[in-house]
Design a protein. Structure first.
Length: 641
């Protein structure tokens, strides 16, 4: 008889967090007596195992790999003062199959637990009348989405990986099967989610307080599945080997999935009975673009005012804009799972109360400290404008060259941007203006998807379709169907529109620009309040973007700014390289972090396979079906010899 004890060890933790309704005090047999024959009997058994899928993603090993693969490998990160040797080698581009970053076991643990739920939940539904058909469908949707998310991380990181929907009862067992082509896996995941996307609940609760938002954002909802589908479709369409018609089909499906999420959020905003949401929203962005986003500062605030959206999203956590995040309980209790992945990587309070800092922000992100005179936007610099809140609260620049990461690990309460209604208009915060760090990063959530992510996915898909329809973008913005003129004097749609209503290159480019500018201007509340002529310099202007290449640069820069240190940058670069069919842009961007990289690394960067991780040496030993990534095959031979 096979045990599932390693699954049940963490089964009660999510209940303690309030994400499930069952008690923390699980009435289970001693672990060495839990066997399949007497475990899968009622609804609680299913809930406990599903709960363990989430707790596995809370683990330090899972979180560390997700940050390493999607962020540390990007041009955002440099080695910190406490960086381990393995991580330092990865940051320098000296990546070998013996590096611990190649370990994919934490994600396969989650996948296997999802497979177990999906195998046995239908049997429980036949035994327990309390486990209704709707319960079963919701559970299946939830487990499939978690499984798809973890496979998506794997194929973006390793490309082709072992793939199976069948469980091994002991989740420490690896799947010893050949690697499946990543395109095949993508197609399977999309098909799987399309079949269950509407079975997940829209919300687990209708309450709108910060504590109850956790129940809607700490678990998979329908909007989270649609966000994941949008991402899968965007990735699937970004393949230079596909014909234009097939690419367009996938991009249109991305827009369709994104529209579901955006429309649901707009409905929630419109149906807000006591205006609880409306009091927090950026009214300028909503009136000009039709998208409800949390305001960085209220329209009436002046002088010092901490960034409210940044605080709600990253420090309070489980915000209204969140679609899905790995949720931790903010408690000093030793029994609570802590986000040691973030605290060690970015330099916060670790589980022992000390401070460890594996990574810092790359010096390439900001050449010099921004000053009040930096008010002219350009696409050559990531943060060219001093009024962008994200240039201050994502990381800290000091004259001594310190680039501490602040996102997730800095306390914002009571801080301000030092806005001034004077001739200088803006005074950038220096090191002395930033709160003492580290903050309670051991308890900070990790955001997987949020509303602006979906908005910019849609914008990227629209730009790709527009590029297929026309070599050049029309610049006559007066042709846009609109009834409003914003404070900068540029006509835009007064209400958000569905992507399916756009048919010409100009409409698609215009709408992509609107989506991008809505996100950008939310982070630039000062630029909202200046005169139309002054605002021209603070933001990207539609008339400056007349070609596909210019829009491609605009969307990449905005995603870079918006999601810096959120584990998305490296994957964004890989997706663009796949779309272009070469590593030219990818290599030029990533090379900035390698410094004096060896000639062998520079040569490898021309290979598409270099973008993906090598299979770990241990996996090659236990799985004879695996064949090493060609970019690292020479390293494998060296190890063997």
């Amino acid at each position: 008889m096979k045990h599932i004890s390693n699954i049940l060890k963490t089964a009660g933790l999510m209940a303690c967090m309030g994400l499930f309704t069952t008690s923390c005090d699980l009435d289970v047999l001693p672990l060495n007596e839990v066997v399949l024959e007497n475990y899968w009997t009622d609804k609680t058994d299913v809930e406990n195992t599903l709960r363990s899928c989430y707790t596995a993603m809370q683990s330090s090993s899972w979180m560390t790999q997700v940050i390493t693969w999607g962020e540390v490998r990007s041009d955002n990160i440099s080695s910190g003062p406490d960086v381990p040797t393995a991580l330092q080698n990865l940051i320098k581009g000296n990546l070998k199959q013996t590096n611990s970053a190649c370990d994919w076991a934490p994600l396969y643990t989650v996948i296997n637990r999802c497979n177990i739920v999906l195998k046995y939940a239908p049997e429980v539904a036949e035994k327990d009348p309390n486990f209704t058909e709707s319960d079963l469908k919701s559970t299946i949707a939830e487990a499939k989405a978690i499984r798809a998310l973890n496979y998506f991380y794997l194929i973006r990181t390793f490309k082709d990986v072992p793939f199976s929907f069948e469980p091994s009862i002991d989740d420490s067992q690896d799947y010893v099967v050949p690697a499946t082509a990543h395109e095949t896996i993508l197609d399977s995941l999309i098909q799987d989610l399309e079949g269950c996307k509407d079975d997940a609940p829209r919300r687990y609760t209708t309450e709108t307080t910060s504590t109850t938002y956790a129940k809607n954002t700490g678990r998979i909802t329908r909007a989270a599945i649609y966000a994941l589908l949008a991402d899968l479709y965007l990735w699937r369409g970004s393949d230079a080997n596909l014909d234009a018609a097939t690419q367009r089909y996938y991009y249109e499906k991305c827009i369709e999935s994104a529209d579901f999420v955006i429309n649901q959020k707009m409905d929630e905003y419109d149906d807000d009975p006591d205006n609880t949401l409306k009091t927090k929203m950026d009214t300028w962005v909503y009136s000009n673009f039709g998208y409800p986003l949390i305001a960085e500062r209220s329209s009436s605030s002046t002088g010092s005012s901490y960034p409210k959206a940044t605080y709600d999203i990253f420090y309070e956590g489980n915000s209204w804009e969140s679609l899905f995040e790995i949720t931790y309980t903010k408690s000093a209790s030793s029994s609570e799972t802590k986000n040691t992945g973030v605290s060690y990587m970015y330099g916060g309070n670790n589980a022992d109360g000390g401070a460890v800092q594996y990574c810092v922000a790359s010096t390439n992100l900001l050449e010099t400290a921004l000053s009040g005179s930096d008010k002219t936007y350009n696409d050559n610099d990531l943060f060219p404008v001093c009024s962008d809140y994200r240039s201050i609260y994502a990381f800290r620049y000091t004259d001594s060259g310190s680039y501490d990461i602040l996102k997730y690990v800095n306390n914002l309460a009571g801080l301000g941007m030092n806005e001034q209604a004077t001739t200088t208009a803006w005074t950038a915060i220096t090191a002395n203006g930033v709160s003492t760090r580290p903050y309670n990063s051991s308890y900070e959530n990790w955001i997987v998807y949020r509303l602006t992510d979906v908005m910019l996915m849609r914008a990227e898909a629209e730009i790709q379709i527009a590029g297929m329809l026309s070599a050049d973008a029309e610049t006559d913005t007066t042709a846009v169907d609109t009834t409003a003129t914003d404070s900068t004097g540029v006509k835009r749609r007064a209400n958000a529109v569905n992507g399916s209503s756009l048919s010409t290159a100009q409409e698609l480019y215009d709408d992509a620009y609107n989506l991008i500018l809505a996100v950008y201007m939310r982070s630039n509340p000062y630029a909202q309040s200046v005169s139309a002529s002054a605002a021209q310099s603070f933001r990207p202007n539609r008339s400056d973007y007349t070609t596909y290449d210019q829009f491609e640069e605009l969307i990449e820069n905005e995603r870079h700014r918006e999601f810096i240190f959120e584990g998305k940058r490296y994957y964004d670069l890989v997706r663009r390289a796949r779309r272009e069919g070469n590593t030219s842009h990818f290599a030029a961007t990533i090379a900035t972090k390698f410094g004096e990289a060896s000639k062998s690394v520079l040569i490898k960067m021309a290979m598409m396979d270099f973008m993906y991780m090598p299979y770990a040496e241990g996996q090659l030993d236990v799985n004879p079906y695996l064949k090493q990534n060609p970019a690292y095959a020479e390293d494998e031979e060296t190890v063997k010899n």
